[in-house]
Design a protein around this ligand. Sequence first.
Ligand code: NDP
Length: 491
Amino acid sequence: MTIPTYKMYIDGKWVSSESGETYTRVNPANYNEVLGKFQQGNEKDVDKAIDAAEEAFEKWREIPPPKRGEILLKAAQLLRQNKEELARIMTREMGKVLMEARGDVQEAIDVCELMAGEGRRLFGRTTTSELRDKFAMTVRLPLGVVACITPWNFPVAIPAWKIAAALICGNTVVFKPSSDTPICAIKFVEILEKAGVPKGVVNLVTGPGGTVGTHLVKSKKVRAVSFTGHRDTGAQILKDAGVGKKIGLEMGSKNPIIIMDDADLKLALDGVIWGAFGTSGQRCTAASRIIVHKKVKQKFERMLIEKTKRLRIGNGLDPKTDVGPLVNKAAQDKVIGYIEIGKNEGAMLCCGGKVPKLNGWFVEPTIFTNTSSDMRIFQDEIFGPVTALTEARNLDDAIDLANAVEYGLSSSIYTKDINNAFHAIKHLEYGITYVNAPTIGAEVHLPFGGAKASGSGWKEVGWTGTEFFSEEKTVFIDHSGKLQRAQIDIG
Ligand code: NDP
């Protein structure tokens, strides 16, 4: 079988890399299946993409935002028409089960529609002035060329979050997707091209993060970097970016579900299974810690082990599969490494922990119990189908345990007591808290982002999604006809 060769998209053309070098990628559920050859971009390719974006900016910023919104609406329509094909590509490329891959594409549709509507909002404010005959307001202006650097675990949704928000604000984009999911990135850009995004407005450069990503981040022509990925990569980007550009970081987490003694345990069980093992635990919002009230811990643990053992592992294209593979061999090695660490630290492995004999990078859904806050499996983001149970004495103890990590993206509490719920909402140091639902399940019309080491403070999507990608300029218009001095000419 011939292996297809994919190109990059620069200045409205599908092109090969400057070096002519390519790399290959295989199906994580069947590593004998080679998916394609992809362009190994380098610094020269990045410079071309930045120059194209810079040139396109002056025209693109002049297009009225509602007109830019029409292009995004068209993109949403094309995504809807191609949803099934895109979802199947995604499952083959990064492994998540087909139902979840459809959800990923749906999220991209939702966000394109949401941001199309933002074209008729992009609100500034008008307010009063302390001086007579003086008008005060803010207006939202685009930034210029922005870099969107994305991970593989939501390979259509996350690029759409960033690119749709950047475009509606009038920016032009250089998009650097994960090297693990170039096909999803290429298909998404093809859709933007078909929807009518003019040449140079979105450019796609594939290739390694260490060269393509670093060069993009360091460029003085890039006015903002929107990154989603690992905490360590985010820290490196902060160092490399220097001053003079906005940096938005969405990073990892170690998300807790608290289960109180009054919780509906069956509901909590469904939530934990979905939160911990959905996308094989490879979500930034995955429920990797389960903090259970001591009165129900033993009972819940038994229920969880019993249900986890029934989960079916396999290729995500098979409708019977519950848990797909990990994205690549390095991810599988990392997860297996953490399972060994957990055992050596004295946590009790009570389910899973092995690699099934399949031609893919699978790991069994795994549960540790009797974990404590000093253990690495309690503290570190494992990013695989591994979750850890810890016992709590009461609600305050559970919240202290939940907060005892450096991360702060998503959290959850199962309780029937409204006071417990509001106490948790107030004290959990997380960007997101769910009540009686697991840690995963964000909707695009609400702000998304993490506290502490999970984020840099900017929220993506929702009504805040355009804040990062625009400059809120303050404007004063003095029509008094004389010099008026703020703070001095008062009264
Ligand atoms: P990585 O940080 O490894 O990679 C993310 C992106 O950054 C990729 O495109 C990568 O390119 C690129 N990159 C790598 N090194 C550099 C660099 N030095 N400079 C610039 N760019 C670079 O993350 P993963 O792709 O492995 O994604 C998993 C991580 O993402 C997890 O920690 C997860 O929690 C987090 N995540 C966070 C979310 C959130 O919203 N908070 C949502 C989803 C995931 P390349 O692939 O070529 O290495």
